[in-house]
Design a protein around this ligand. Structure first.
Ligand code: NAP
Ligand code: MG
Length: 402
């Protein structure tokens, strides 16, 4: 069998721990035998980040800007314990944060649904994608705890020298204060990414804030989305899509009553909370895909989960763990599909589709990793990651020869 051709390389970012083990397994068993895989490889494993003063992360992000499509393995974000464990020279920043900073993107998270794993919400029939704004608000806030009565004010000093001042509160006793901000440019990028992704995936776009209470702050988000929407109106009409704005509390009620099948754009904090709620209600973190889309249309695909440290420590002791590789496989298929679409390689797009079918059909027919076996209805066979991937490979060969 001739291998499937690629013309432009994918940016490949390797990672850490159990997901690094799965990464190699997926490449060896599910990709390299069938695809003439072209990648620009960057090792984002913690030791290589440490050795290169984290330059490798920056280079990988720059390469994503150049080529347009990347696939990333989960990586460790170091903390004090990792400093010790890996004898690091510095507590390097989260690679995802660094990459997001360079690409200025929005993260879209979508659950992979299966008939045998029922969402906690009975009406949900299609996935709900959360688009989380990843800049500012309380994540870049400044806080103050006071110990006596006094006056709290908000002061802005413009570069022109103009000073604006507003009373926050005359405080009758000790209390807490918080200052936060966002930027028009960042909100605009967020809106563009959302409208582009809606067109790309042909789904309606919902957006929610609390502009009845936060008239200026949330009101600005609402206004910018409306302005950006104008530019996409024609394309939305052509595709029969709609843009729908509502208050966050109304949105929550509507989401629960809905069938799913749309994108829900959320401000930073709302997205943080709602994405955990939605992913848990759909079943499993290991079935959640994640893609970073930049406002100029660059894509970085990954799994939403981390490096599954607890499984890795057991693997190091010789255990063949039952770690779920589905979201990582779908990161690869998402990237291969996108590359195929951009380069007009129909065979590559078809291959990615068949790999997804082979993966889900393997689960449908009862072979799955332990996390899913615990959730699935009907007869199941819980297997190791190695057995699961071998079963997918077997099925994939059949699907490719059809
Ligand atoms: P995690 O790796 O997502 O794992 C948390 C737990 O969720 C696991 O112990 C496991 O539960 C379950 N789980 C997650 N993915 C699974 C899978 N594919 N198959 C089966 N079970 C799965 O989160 P964490 O333990 O908090 O973080 C570990 C490391 O990952 C940290 O160093 C963190 O910095 C990093 N991280 C990276 C990313 C990223 O690169 N995008 C995201 C999050 C975290 P059981 O142990 O009960 O089986
Ligand atoms: Mg969260």
């Amino acid at each position: 069998m001739d291998k499937i051709r690629m013309t432009t390389p994918l940016v490949e970012m390797d990672g850490d721990e159990m997901t690094r083990v799965l990464w190699k397994l997926i490449k060896d068993e599910l990709l390299l035998p069938f695809v003439d895989l072209k990648t620009e490889y960057f090792d984002l494993g913690l030791l290589e980040r440490d050795r290169t003063n984290d330059q490798v992360t920056i280079e990988a992000a720059e390469a994503t800007k150049k080529y347009g499509v990347a696939v990333k393995c989960a990586t460790i974000t170091p903390n004090a314990q990792r400093m010790e464990e890996y004898k690091l020279r510095e507590m390097w920043k989260s690679p995802n944060g660094t990459i997001r900073g360079i690409l200025d993107g929005t993260v879209f998270r979508t659950p992979i649904m299966l008939e045998r794993i029922k969402p906690a919400v009975r009406t949900w029939k299609k996935p709900i994608t959360i688009a989380r704004h990843a800049y500012g608000d309380v994540y870049k806030g400044t806080e103050l705890r006071t110990t006596e009565p006094g006056t709290a004010e908000l002061i802005f000093t413009g570069e022109s020298g103009k000073v604006e001042k507003k009373l926050v509160q005359k405080m009758g006793g000790p209390g807490v204060l918080q200052g936060m901000h966002n930027l028009d440019s960042s909100i605009e990028s967020f809106a563009h990414s959302c409208f582009k992704y809606a067109i790309d995936t042909k789904q309606d776009l919902w957006f929610s804030t609390k502009d009845t209470i936060s008239k200026l702050y949330d009101g600005t988000f609402k206004e910018i989305f409306e302005k950006v929407c104008e530019g996409y109106k024609a394309e939305f009409e052509r595709l029969g899509l709609s843009y729908f704005y509502t208050l966050i509390d109304d949105a929550v009620a509507r989401v629960i009553r809905s069938e799913g099948g749309f994108i829900w754009a959320c401000k930073n904090y709302d997205g943080d909370v709602m994405s955990d709620m939605v992913s848990t209600a759909f079943g499993s973190l290991a079935m959640m895909t994640s893609v970073l889309v930049s406002p100029d249309g660059k894509y970085e695909f990954e799994a939403a989960h981390g490096t599954v440290t607890r499984h890795y420590y057991r693997y190091l002791k010789g255990e063949k763990t039952s770690t779920n590789p589905v979201a990582t496989i779908f990161a690869w298929t998402g990237a291969l599909k996108k590359r195929g679409e951009l380069d007009r390689l129909t065979e590559l797009v078809a291959f990615a589709g068949k790999l997804e079918d082979a993966t889900l059909d393997t689960i449908r027919e009862g072979t799955m990793t332990g996390d899913l076996a615990a959730l699935a209805e009907g007869e199941v066979r819980s297997v190791t990651s190695w057995e699961f991937i071998a079963a997918i490979a077997e099925r994939l060969k059949k699907y490719l020869s059809k």
